[in-house]
Design a protein around this ligand. Structure first.
Ligand SMILES: [Zn+2]
Length: 537
């Protein structure tokens, strides 16, 4: 009774009039999937999605039913809502060190980074039930599972894509400017992921209807991390082990899939792009950490509750496939991830600071919105995997953070990036970034954020006090560190204005140190991790 009241009083105020209504012929192509799913919004007669209060009550009931699951809160959203997480181990372990000591792959599932994409969040609740006391519990002797059902509860409450502060949470995974992303990463660094699934939904009609007079056909879209500095072994695992398993699970239930794609809001712009390569997008940031990372989207933005069971089932089937695949050979997965992280720490090749993507004609699987017939639509398709490198730069031994830049050290640590401090003062020959233009603040809601600033390198004799910060590049998250600290990488701290550049010399307070200079630094660990701080790189 209390739960029902709470659910009613906190229910979302959905604007059903603003939804696109698919006709009966179209909907006939998207029937329920015959799989049992337990989740609040899948109860008969529902006209809205699961509220925050309902979700919290559901998770508490699950915990009461299955005491071995760990239920906690990552923290609170910008507007003060809880950010629940669940950890599933066979032993019911809560302590992070004890969970790591189990030695099993850690699989992360994240829902509702975008508040108006509800099937991903609902699927996390159904997945939790299956792990708590359902069919997936049997896999917990081989894998550990972390579920974050609602990463953006303020967006979910308002049924908007953005957070309460108006930012795109999914683009904040390097900068970590939002309480929601910082809270998520604080748990991620305790339980480093081997696999991350980021569950979203895509637009069925609006821009597709306006530009091409068709609607999307696929049940699912997917894409793994495509940033060009993701370790090839991680991409190979995603492409040749996990993607076939996902497609097989969907095909077995009559569900179709395609590469994730999107298009701009400009009506005259017919370009269709795969998800972008900006390193701060969750999918790419997790890949650059060395995890197998997938964006999975279902056919649900802008269509309210239409075909909702099928959308939730599509996500749950994907999650099950990921868990089964990881559990089939957990040591292979752990070894591959560990080797990829070692390879990233040992890499000495040039950094990729700019690249372009091939555009080729591709037939998108689309439907006629009236007849529901297939209407494959040929579009110019920008392929995020088809990278041509246009600018490289020698990889430094590490980066020195001076002045305002030192303030980003905690954010780097939240991204698994080890930060060291100078134990004694030093004067070294460093490379300075001289800005060639002003930092432009572009819209953080844009589809492919490209907030960077052109630089040239200059020589600099740098006198550093004890305590000055050094980010070594001989660590697993080196590519993520470079993406954050090279000003001309998209979404960098300098490029986005998070780290201010003093006026006058227009010189960034971040410097590059080569191997010879770095050998003169005596370092001590600063943050949670110590990799690279003991010995000069
Ligand atoms: Zn989304």
């Amino acid at each position: 009774m209390l739960l029902a009241l709470a659910g009613t009083s906190f229910a979302q105020e959905l604007d059903h009039a603003a939804e696109y209504r698919q006709n009966a012929a179209v909907l006939a192509r998207y029937p329920d999937v015959p799989v049992a799913l337990e989740a609040p919004a899948l109860k008969p007669g529902r006209t809205d999605f699961t509220s925050q209060a309902e979700m919290e009550a559901y998770l508490a009931a699950l915990k009461a039913r299955a005491p071995s699951l760990v239920l906690g809160s990552l923290g609170r959203s910008g507007q003060g809502r809880e950010l629940p997480y669940l950890i599933f181990t066979k032993e019911g372990v809560a302590d992070a060190a004890a969970i790591r000591a189990l030695g099993r792959p850690i699989l992360w599932f994240i829902g509702l980074q975008h508040g108006n994409e509800p099937a991903g969040g609902e699927a996390m609740l159904a997945l939790a039930a299956k792990l708590a006391d359902g069919a997936l519990k049997a896999y917990l002797d081989r894998v550990t599972v972390v579920v974050v059902p609602r990463a953006n509860p303020d967006g979910a409450a308002a049924f908007t894509r953005a957070t309460g502060s108006g930012a795109d949470l999914n683009r904040d995974h390097i900068l970590l400017t939002l309480p929601e992303s910082a809270a998520l990463h604080a748990k991620l660094i305790e339980l480093p992921p081997d696999v991350v699934i980021d569950a979203h939904e895509f637009s069925v009609a609006n821009r597709w209807l306006e530009k091409f007079a068709v609607i999307e056909a696929s049940d699912a879209m997917l894409l793994y991390a495509t940033h060009p500095m993701v370790q090839p072994a991680i991409t190979a695992l995603a492409e040749s082990v996990f993607r076939p398993a996902l497609d097989a699970a969907w095909n077995a239930h009559g569900l179709t899939s395609f590469w994730y794609h999107t298009t701009s809001y400009r009506p005259d712009d017919k370009l269709v792009s795969m998800g972008g390569n900006a390193p701060g997008i969750a999918r790419n940031a997790f890949g650059l950490m060395g995890a197998v990372s997938f964006l999975i989207e279902t056919r649900g933005v802008g269509v309210g509750l239409q075909a909702f069971q099928r959308r939730v089932a599509t996500h749950v089937l994907a999650a099950e496939a990921v868990i089964r695949t990881a559990a089939a050979d957990p040591s292979r997965l752990r070894t591959a991830v560990a080797e990829a992280r070692s390879a990233a720490a040992a890499a000495r090749d040039d950094l990729i600071v700019a690249h372009k993507l091939a555009v080729t004609p591709v037939d998108l699987p689309m439907l006629d919105p009236e007849t529901a017939r297939n209407r494959p639509t040929t579009v110019p398709f920008q392929d995020s995997r088809a990278v041509t490198v246009t600018a490289k730069r020698a990889r430094p031994a590490g980066y020195l953070l001076t002045g305002d830049a030192a303030a980003v050290a905690p954010r780097l640590a939240l991204n698994t990036i080890a930060v060291c401090a100078l134990a004694v003062p030093a004067t070294i020959d460093a490379e300075a970034f001289i800005l060639k233009g002003a930092v432009k603040r572009t819209n953080r809601e844009s589809i492919n954020p490209d907030q960077s600033v052109e630089v040239e390198l200059g020589k600099k004799s740098l006198a550093l006090p004890a305590g000055a910060l050094f980010v070594p590049m001989n660590q697993p998250a080196a590519a993520l560190a470079a993406a954050a600290l090279e000003p001309d990488c998209p979404g960098s701290f300098i490029g986005t204005g998070i780290v201010a550049v003093p006026s006058g010399p227009n010189e960034a307070p971040i410097y590059r140190a080569g191997a010879a200079a770095a050998r003169n630094l005596h370092l001590a660990p600063l943050a949670h991790a110590s990799a690279g701080c003991e010995t000069p790189p």
